[in-house]
Design a binder for this molecule. Structure first.
Ligand SMILES: C[S@@+](CC[C@H](N)C(=O)[O-])C[C@H]1O[C@@H](n2cnc3c(N)ncnc32)[C@H](O)[C@@H]1O
Length: 600
């Protein structure tokens, strides 16, 4: 089993590097929390990318173009974002250097849109982005967040275009075109090539699609087999930003209402503390074998095996030795086992007609948990309730770090449907990707059974400090309970110069202050440079220990699916650690050079 390394730092501080998420989940069908602004204790798997209450208002003021950006007060990162905006001199009310009465030059429009985008980025930052990019909003490293920020601006511009006042229409239309162009650029950087799209045996999928359409679904997607990802959804025609890729009526969404209508409910309702998600999971375990089920076509398309980290065999677990993922998988599985044993065989013994023992085995329970972890979505219904659901057809959408569909998860009151609108264009024949959530690769492997092919900005290594205190606790960083400090692949950083080295500023700063309480960024003295060397040396030692714990590189072309995934995961960890070690090493040389200049 992987051990969390601990090192001693200067001034007798110590920190350990390790995953924060270690407390047990309380509900069978809930996933682990992710890092991006979620509480450590909140283990709910949230697929809803953003609640659409936040918007930007655009106003006219005689001849001035004035935009008002809204930073919602209830944003958990409000104080930190506000401070970032203030530090950069960004006001939420922006007087554009444009006049309604004159045609703006291209340069003017460019400058203005650059400024708007930087502000939108900050407003849309999550915990990870703030931590790594807090100092600079001039570029982006996370395509998902960039798409979110650009779509936020687009929505505001569209609102202004549909308003009564038309004076600004031209300017706004130009701005809109510019933002759409930026969205295309983000998408084209991450254009995914389908290795193979086949229609080998899509009979069941076709039947489900037809059934959904006959029941009111609208789709611009077809289902196909995709190398390495099972089924996926392919655009049937060119779809642009804002188009609806898929629309599913509430009537075919599988949610807790179905449990209420079944004979499981009166038994389960008597159990203290059982969640509606667990009830729905138990309902699905039985419904899957109900030949008369209204959802038979849905259940028939589900895989017999899910192949997530929860189904890893012994060899794969052994391969994961030295990683924190091993602990995560073992804990998650243990938790599920406890959940199962709290319910079974007791329920089957007491109510064998409602819970037939042959359907409620541990293997079937684990299958259902994997189904919910990898396929369920949280949806806001029109009654204001958030429900965990299984959604026919939408369940074929695969995940990407640069998704087409970002904002979904709220039932449209006027149509009683769940819409999947595009946040970036998807051309006919291209695979349409969904944003599952802001998940690390370890989370995706454990609960979904895959690793993204592209770099994943949420692959962070959290760092826990025992004795070090952040100075600016009032900015909300501590209060969010996500890891206070972390590292990720340094290839994301644009600044590898002295005092930065591609490493996050908050981490460097806290270590510097631990080594030298008088540390000040504005003065470069011999003492400051010596502190720098100590910080870099200690960081290098810590990450070298982690690298050593991973052992030698494993290669096995004939390995089983789970061992292959475990090897791939370990290689990813090696790549991240290696980039950090290189940055520390190069940084060390830079500081030594500077120190030589100081002393000569
Ligand atoms: C909601 S389902 C998507 C449809 C799924 N591909 C299928 O055939 O049923 C989620 C599962 O799809 C697969 N998946 C999703 N995104 C993927 C990706 N980017 N690469 C590989 N597999 C992916 C994983 O097996 C995951 O558990």
């Amino acid at each position: 089993m992987g051990q969390e390394p601990t090192i001693n730092l200067p001034s007798s501080s110590s920190f350990s590097a390790g995953r924060v998420r270690s407390s047990p989940v309380t509900l069978a069908a809930q996933g682990f929390a992710n890092y991006a602004g979620k509480k450590k204790s909140d283990y709910k798997r949230i697929l809803i990318s953003r609640i659409a209450d936040e918007c930007m208002i655009c106003q006219e003021n005689d001849d001035d173009v004035v935009l008002v950006l809204e930073l919602p007060q209830n944003d958990p990162l409000f104080m930190r974002k506000k401070k970032l905006l203030d530090d950069k001199g960004f006001a939420l009310k922006i007087h554009a250097p444009l006049k309604c009465s004159s045609v703006p030059t291209l340069d003017q429009l460019n400058d203005f849109s650059n400024r708007l985008i930087q502000q939108a980025r900050i407003i849309n930052y999550d915990e990870v982005e703030i931590y790594f990019n807090g100092d600079s909003a001039s570029d982006y490293s996370n395509p998902r967040n960039e798409l979110q920020a650009l779509n936020y601006l687009l929505e505001a511009i569209d609102n202004s275009l549909s308003g009564d006042k038309h004076m600004m229409k031209n300017i706004m239309q130009n701005l809109r075109d510019e933002i759409v162009d930026r969205i295309h650029k983000v998408g084209s950087r991450f254009g995914e090539e389908l290795e193979f799209v086949g229609c080998s045996n899509t009979d069941k999928e076709k039947c489900l699609l037809d059934w959904s359409v006959n029941n009111g679904a609208r789709t611009n997607l077809d289902i196909a087999y995709i190398e390495g990802a099972g089924r996926g959804a392919i655009a049937t025609q060119d779809l642009k930003v804002g188009d609806i890729a898929l629309e599913i009526p509430v009537s075919i969404i599988i949610s807790e209402e179905l449990v209420h209508e079944s004979n499981l409910f009166h038994v389960l309702n008597e159990i203290n503390g059982i969640s509606t998600e667990t009830m729905l999971l138990l309902w699905c375990m039985r419904e899957k074998y109900n030949k008369n089920s209204r959802f038979i076509l849905f259940f028939e398309t589900l895989p017999e095996k899910f192949n997530t980290g929860l189904s890893f065999g012994v060899d794969a677990l052994v391969t994961l030795d030295g990683t924190l993922l091993l602990e995560e998988i073992l804990q998650a599985k243990e938790h599920l086992r406890v959940q199962y044993e709290e319910l079974f065989p007791a329920l089957s013994d007491l109510h064998p007609d409602v819970f037939p023992p042959d359907l409620y085995t541990w293997e079937h329970f684990l299958w259902a948990c994997e189904l919910f972890y990898s396929n369920s979505m949280k949806v806001f219904f029109t009654d204001g309730k958030l429900r965990t659901c299984l959604i026919p057809v939408a369940g074929f959408l695969n995940h990407s770090v640069c998704p087409h569909v970002l904002r979904y998860g709220r039932i449209e009151a006027s149509t009683h449907t769940l819409r999947f609108p595009l946040s970036r264009a998807c051309h006919a024949g291209e695979q349409c990707f969904l944003a599952y959530g802001k998940f690390s690769s370890s989370h995706l492997l454990t609960f979904y059974g895959f690793l993204p092919q592209e770099d994943n900005p949420y692959d962070v290594i959290p760092l826990e400090f025992d004795n070090l205190k952040d100075e600016d606790c009032e900015d909300g960083r501590i209060a969010t309970e996500v890891p206070t400090h972390m590292v990720r692949g340094t290839w994301y950083s644009k600044d590898h110069g002295i005092f930065q080295y591609g490493l996050p500023s908050p981490l460097l700063d806290i270590l510097r202050r631990a080594g030298n309480p008088n540390w000040q960024s504005s003065v470069i003295t011999k003492e400051i440079l010596e502190t720098e060397l100590i910080v870099l040396r200690d960081l290098k030692c810590t990450f070298q220990d982690m690298m050593d714990a991973l052992g030698d590189e494993n290669v096995d072309d004939r390995a089983s699916w789970d061992v292959k995934l475990a090897i791939e995961y370990k290689n990813l960890q090696r790549r991240i650690l290696s980039s950090i070690l290189t940055s520390c090493g190069t940084g060390f040389e830079l500081v030594e050079c500077e120190l030589l200049k100081c002393t000569s």
